[in-house]
Design a protein around this ligand. Sequence first.
Ligand SMILES: [Zn+2]
Length: 237
Amino acid sequence: MTAAALTAAVPAARAATPAQPAPPSPASAAGAGTLSSTPTTPVSPGRALTLLQAGNARYAALRQAHPHLDAARRKEVATAQHPFAVVLGCLDSRVPPELVFDQGLGDLMTVRTAGQALDDAVLGSIQYAVQVKHIKLVVVLGHERCGAAEAAVEYVRTGIPAEGPLAEIVEQMAPAAREARHLPGDWVENTVRANVARVQEELASDSTFDGALVVGARFDLDTGHVTFEPSSHHRRA
Ligand SMILES: [Zn+2]
C-alpha cells in the first residue's frame, strides 16, 4: 500500500506537564512484568527495555495484561505522567506501540511517522521526552512489510521519484534502500533494517540525550514479536 493516504500522526509528546522532582520511591515490578503505579524515579534504560520485552512477549503470546487502563489509572495520570520509554514508530495501523508492548495510559510517549521519518517536530518531541520527562530509553521501531520502505525500494529500483504524500518520506528513506540494495535477502526487509539503524544512529548522535539509550527494533507482523537490535548506543551513560 505504497500510495496510502498519509494522515500525519500527531506526536503525542506535547503534554505540557512541567517537570517534577523525582520522588524517592524506586520503580518496582508489579504482577505480570508491568510497572507499578507512579510516582517513580526515572526508570533506568535496562529496566525500561525489560518492561517492553516482557510486554511484547505477552502480546505475541496473546496473553496481554492490558495494564493501566482502569479508572484508577485514568485518575492517577490525569494530573501527572511518568512514562518510562519513548517510541518512534511507523504510522502503520498494525504497529501501535502501546498495543505491541502491552502498555497502558501514561506508560509510553510515542511519535509515529511513515517509516519513522525524522524531522524537526519529531526530533523536538523526542528531545522533550528525554530532557523534560527524563525518559532514559528511546526505541526506533520499524516493522515488516513497511509501505514506506517498499516505496523507497521502488524509487531506487526505477529511478522514478515518488509523487504525492510519500515523496518526502521516500526521499528520506532512499539512502537506506541504496545501502540495502546488494545485501542478500529481501530488499524491502533489508531496507527496513537499514532505515531503523540510520534513524537510530541519528538519534544516538544527539548530544542532548545525555544518558539515554537509543535502540533499534523490528516488529514482525506474522508473529507479533519485537526484536531489539544489538547495536544499541549509550550516550555518555
Ligand atoms: Zn511502515
